[in-house]
Design a protein around this ligand. Structure first.
Ligand SMILES: C[S@@+](CC[C@H](N)C(=O)[O-])C[C@H]1O[C@@H](n2cnc3c(N)ncnc32)[C@H](O)[C@@H]1O
Length: 250
């Protein structure tokens, strides 16, 4: 049995956060076995193996690269990306992330798998800046310094290609021919469906597609648009407890 827990207080949407967290703590205190507990990122579960906490390479990379509470809270999601990347290592093609923001998730998985020394490329896309009226929401580090900061963050990995621009338009300028793993995380239905239009057919059989926002009620329009687009091609999305959506390319 695992002896590890992953406890964070990062939840969104509580009307009274202190009271909500007291409730979570109360529930934790009343568990008969204090192991395998995960709290945060809208998850409260216990008596789980939480196998990713035993993944030494992953946890070393997390310690090195994760500095913010929200990044820590989404560890389970990040471990799903790592699974997709490790699967993709055995396939032909490169990796894609649409909406990389500060590049933290990609940096965590790249260090875990020693990506600098493999024969693949990781294509990262983001606007990096936010202006009023844009479809995605602003985030704290958006600004005219962020693109260079992400380029610098991957300076030791020449096979990570960071591109500034709007998805899907930018994909006509820079994009891999074959894709072995794709993660879409743009909180923007039009951008994600646009990315599918350009890139889905380039995914090789067996490649995983992870849709970060798929299970979140607040992004339901995105899920509905993606469901409809994928259904026309005979695919159904698996909604994971992490809030991610998962598709396996045939
Ligand atoms: C939630 S963040 C991504 C977080 C990142 N995947 C991670 O795991 O750390 C969403 C990002 O999508 C980007 N974005 C939104 N619409 C976009 C578009 N049309 N083209 C490129 N990036 C976009 C935003 O600028 C934002 O940085």
């Amino acid at each position: 049995m695992t002896d590890k827990n992953h406890l964070t207080g990062m939840f969104w949407g509580a009307a009274n956060k202190p009271e909500f967290l007291r409730g979570i703590q109360h529930s934790v205190n009343n568990l008969d076995v204090q192991v395998g507990i995960y709290t945060g990122d809208q998850l409260f579960t216990f008596n789980r193996n939480l196998s990713f906490l035993d993944d030494e390479a992953f946890m070393r990379s997390v310690e090195k690269n994760v500095h913010e509470d929200v990044e820590r809270a989404i560890l389970w999601r990040t471990s799903i990306l790592l699974w997709g990347v490790r699967n993709g290592m055995h396939l032909e093609g490169d990796f894609v992330e649409g909406g990389c923001y500060k590049g933290t998730s990609v940096r965590v998985v790249c260090d875990t798998v020693d990506f600098a020394h493999c024969d693949k490329r990781y294509y990262l896309y983001d606007l990096f800046e936010h202006a009023p009226g844009m479809a995605h929401h602003a985030m704290p580090d958006h600004g005219n310094q962020l693109y260079q900061a992400v380029v610098d963050r991957f300076a030791d990995m020449p096979n990570v290609v960071v591109t500034q621009g709007a998805v899907p338009e930018v994909l006509h300028r820079v994009a891999p021919e074959k894709i072995a793993f794709m993660h879409l995380d743009m909180n923007n239905a039009a951008a994600e469906v646009g990315a599918l239009e350009v890139l889905f057919d380039r995914m090789v059989p067996g490649a995983l597609l992870v849709l970060d926002d798929y299970g979140w009620a607040v992004y339901r329009d995105q899920k509905l648009a993606e469901d409809a687009w994928l259904a026309k091609r005979g695919y159904q999305v698996m909604e994971l407890p992490t809030g991610q959506g998962l598709v396996i390319k045939r």
